[in-house]
Write a protein that binds this ligand. Sequence first.
Ligand code: FAD
Length: 395
Amino acid sequence: MPRIAPLSIAVIGGGLGGLTAAVALHQAGFDVHVYEQAPELTEVGGGINMGPNAARVLYRLGLGEALDREAVRPLSTHQQRWQDGRTLQRAPLNPRCEELYGAPHLTVHRADLLAIIASGFVAERVHLGHRLVGLDGKGDRVAASFENGERITADILVGADGINSTVRAVLLGEEAPRFAGCVAYRGLVPTERLAGLDLEIGSQSWVGPGGHFVHYFVARGRLLNFVGWTEHDTWNREDWTDRATIERALVAFDGWHPQIRRIITAADTCFIWALFDREPLERWSVGHITLLGDACHPMYPFMGQGAAQAIEDGATLAACLVAGDLAAGLRRYEELRRPRVTRLQEMSRANKIRFHLPDGPAQEARDAEWARAGDRSPEALRWLFEFDATVVPGR
Ligand SMILES: Cc1cc2nc3c(=O)[nH]c(=O)nc-3n(C[C@H](O)[C@H](O)[C@H](O)COP(=O)(O)OP(=O)(O)OC[C@H]3O[C@@H](n4cnc5c(N)ncnc54)[C@H](O)[C@@H]3O)c2cc1C
């Protein structure tokens, strides 16, 4: 008998990846529900650098108008030396990305981005306060249970529940993520406080020994987002919480360029974010359960692609499942996604070393290489930016 009702899909996690998947799957005609542990849809205060590969997906999902309103289109990407501001590489981003790849490069506040993606989904299908605690994937239906006592079943379950994914732990075994030896001081500064600095409308980063500092505008240009990374051997949340102060951030970037110190000083407060990592996985799916985003491929943010890849995952998953055969669709999803995200995980790891080289011969060789052939321009990142995650090759 042909199936009449659409396949039901439960997405666990209402972050950037889970909600994008929900919008894409819903638009593809599936019966989708999202289960999020938090009492409301929230994102940490901070920014996202979003390449045209992810922007393209969101425009295709019909979210372009809101993105055009809330996001900023950086004109350039600019890497500089930590202490004297010497340019290491610089390239135009907009409108170049649109000319080359048909989608812009955006910088956007995380909360704005989450709200924009959520606006493309049906609010009644987002179940807040639902923390997944149990999962049974034997048989044709997946059963899930939540801390609040609710139980559901679905044809497919998608674990989009982040780096500490419960779905992943049930599917592939418990394994704690590893501290990556890096913490970030993050903050947002009202733009009017930075008058006189003459900041570029661009994505600017400064690289130096054992750290790097990134800043760009978000929230229609009203706020400057900054993230300053420094290396440390150990992480202990309790010890570190009280270090999230402007004074500490200034100590961490002592001796760095005055522009960096002006930006940090202009913030009211700053936050600490520790970086964690996992090894790439051999598989993402078991039976009718699969994973996406940080749940299966957390990556250092040093290619600016973690959320972008989570967004791509959702689009590809929908495109693969729409063909009809569930098992083949999940297989194809993994085949298409795993090589690409593994490459980015590796490149992001390599950038942690390259960005943080101590001053000396290796740093000089890196700087010479960047001057000769910059690796941040839209042209250099063609393989990354022109990729269309909504297309399943061969179909
Ligand atoms: C400092 C920093 C800067 C970054 N900058 C960039 C950038 O510029 N560009 C970029 O593309 N990426 C960036 N990233 C990476 C990006 O933030 C992540 O890759 C992205 O947020 C992952 O999205 P996700 O939806 O997979 O997971 P998450 O955003 O972690 O969402 C998971 C969701 O699942 C929910 N959840 C968890 N457990 C359960 C459960 N048991 N039951 C129900 N719900 C659950 C959580 O509450 C959460 O809402 C950055 C990361 C960091 C740390």
